[in-house]
Design a binder for this molecule. Structure first.
Ligand SMILES: [Fe+2]
Length: 401
C-alpha cells in the first residue's frame, strides 16, 4: 500500500503547504508497509559549538532563526547550555559546554564546531532499534520514555559515521517546546525591517564525508540498517577537477524527506576538499547542510546583508555557451543569478538553483547550501566541477591545496 505523504506536526506548525513542500524538498510517496525502518522526517540537527551562547545569536541574526527552547544551568543542566532554534519545519539545537569536565569539551577539541546528531522523527522507535540491532548497527541508546509535565517522548539512538549519531524520536505524545529538561524560551532579538519572515523553510539534505574506501560501506549501512534507497550516483570524472576528485552516492528515506549524499575522497593530483575536511574534522562527519527556500534570491540578499559569506562563482560560469544552453529557461534572468553567484543545474525532471556558503566556523569543515528546487530531484551534479574549482581557490588561500 502506498502511503500518501502528509505534513508532519512540525511542518503543519510552520504553516507549510504540502504541495509547496513536495516541490521544495522533492517528497515522493512510497510503500511504508514494507519499510523495515520507517522514518517520517528530520527531528532536529544537533551542533556542538565552542560558544553556544554566541552561536545561538548568530543563527538568529544571520540566518533569521527563532529561539524556541533552552536548557542550561538555570534549568538544572549544569553540564552545558543548549539552545533550540527553528526555521520553518527544521530545528537546530546548539550545545556548548559550561562545565570544563563536560564531554562536549573533548568532542569540541577533536572536531571543532560541527554536527553531532542528525535526529530523525520515527513513528516506532522500538521497531527501528530492533531492526538496527538485527542489521548489526551500534545501539547508543536503548528505547526509553522520557517525560515531563508536557507528556512523553520515546527516544533511542544508533551510531553512524565518525562520532555522529542518529537519535530516533517519537514525539507523538509530547507537547512541550522540545524535549523534557528544556523550557520554552524566546529571545529579545529583533529582526531588521523588511527581512523575510524566514530565510529557509525546511532542510533538504545533509552530506556526510567519510574516509577513502568507506563510501560503499556507509551506503550499505543506510540500505541494510535503515532501509534507505539509493538515489542518483556520481562517480569518478563526474566530480573531478584538475586537482581534486571525489566519489559520491546518495541515499534517501522512503518519502525522500531525509537525503544523505555520502562523499569519499578520490585520488587526484592534490589534496581533495574531502581530505581537507577529514583532516580538520579529525575523521568522518557531516560536511554540509542544504536548507530549502522558495525564494533563493531574497534569501541570499538577506543573508549577505547579515554578513554571511558565499563561495564566489566565476563569471565564466554564466557566460559559457554550453552551460548557458544547458541551463535553459529558469524563473529569473541569468543576470540576476550571476549578480548573486547562484548556480543552476538541470536534469530530466526539472532544475534547481543552489549556492554554497564558506565554512561557518573556524575550521574548514561544516558549511551550508541554499537550494530552490523546481522539479529536479538532483543535487547539482552539473555544478560540482564549477563548485569544486571555487572551493579549491579558497583551499589554496588557506594553504591546504
Ligand atoms: Fe548539497
Amino acid at each position: 500500500m502506498t502511503d500518501i505523504v502528509n505534513l508532519t506536526p512540525q511542518e503543519r506548525e510552520a504553516e507549510l503547504d504540502l504541495n509547496q513542500l513536495k516541490q521544495l524538498v522533492g517528497l515522493v510517496e512510497y510503500d511504508a508497509d514494507t519499510d523495515p525502518f520507517p522514518v517520517t522526517g528530520w527531528d532536529s540537527i544537533v551542533f556542538v559549538s565552542g560558544n553556544a551562547t554566541q552561536s545561538a545569536h548568530y543563527y538568529q541574526a544571520a540566518w533569521g532563526m527563532e529561539l524556541v527552547a533552552y536548557s542550561g544551568p538555570e534549568t538544572g543542566n549544569r553540564d552545558h547550555k543548549s539552545f533550540v532554534l527553528k526555521s520553518g519545519s527544521i530545528r537546530f539545537v546548539i550545545n556548548g559546554a559550561v562545565d570544563p569536565e563536560s564531554p562536549l569539551v573533548e568532542h569540541h577539541r577533536k572536531h571543532g564546531d560541527g554536527v553531532v546528531d542528525i535526529a530523525l522523527e520515527v513513528p516506532d522507535v522500538d521497531k527501528c532499534i530492533a531492526q538496527a540491532r538485527k542489521a548489526g548497527a551500534t545501539i547508543l541508546q536503548e528505547p526509553e520514555d522520557v517525560s515531563d509535565e508536557h507528556g512523553t517522548v520515546r527516544i533511542g539512538a544508533i551510531a553512524t559515521y565518525g562520532d555522529t549519531r542518529h537519535t530516533l524520536v517519537d514525539r507523538s505524545r509530547y507537547h512541550g517546546a522540545y524535549l523534557p529538561g528544556y523550557e520554552a524560551r524566546t529571545s529579545n532579538f529583533v529582526k531588521r525591517d523588511g527581512q523575510p519572515k524566514r530565510l529557509f523553510q525546511a532542510l533538504d539534505h545533509i552530506v556526510g564525508n567519510v574516509e577513502l574506501g568507506k563510501m560503499d560501506e556507509w551506503v550499505t549501512f543506510y540500505n541494510k540498517v535503515m532501509g534507505f534507497v539509493n538515489m542518483a550516483e556520481f562517480i569518478g570524472d563526474d566530480i573531478a577537477t584538475d586537482y581534486s576528485a571525489l566519489m559520491s552516492k546518495v541515499v534517501a528515506n522512503g518519502n525522500h524527506r531525509v537525503k544523505f549524499p555520502l562523499n569519499e575522497p578520490a585520488i587526484a593530483k592534490k589534496k581533495s576538499q574531502i581530505d581537507e575536511y577529514l583532516e580538520f574534522y579529525r575523521g568522518a562527519g557531516a560536511q554540509h547542510l542544504a536548507v530549502a527556500t522558495g525564494d533563493i534570491l531574497g534569501t541570499v540578499d538577506a543573508l549577505r546583508t547579515n554578513g554571511v559569506e558565499f563561495l564566489d562563482t566565476p563569471d565564466s560560469y554564466y557566460e559559457d555557451d554550453e552551460l548557458r544552453s544547458r541551463i535553459g529557461n529558469v524563473r529569473v534572468p541569468v543576470e540576476e543569478l550571476q549578480k548573486r553567484g547562484i548556480l543552476v543545474d538541470r536534469d530530466e525532471d526539472g532544475y534547481l538553483l543552489q549556492i554554497f556558503t564558506k565554512p561557518l566556523g573556524d575550521r574548514p569543515t561544516v558549511f551550508f547550501e541554499l537550494i530552490e528546487r523546481h522539479g529536479s530531484l538532483g543535487f547539482g551534479k552539473g555544478n560540482f566541477k564549477a563548485l569544486f574549482e571555487a572551493i579549491e581557490r579558497e583551499q589554496d588561500k588557506r594553504g591546504n591545496l
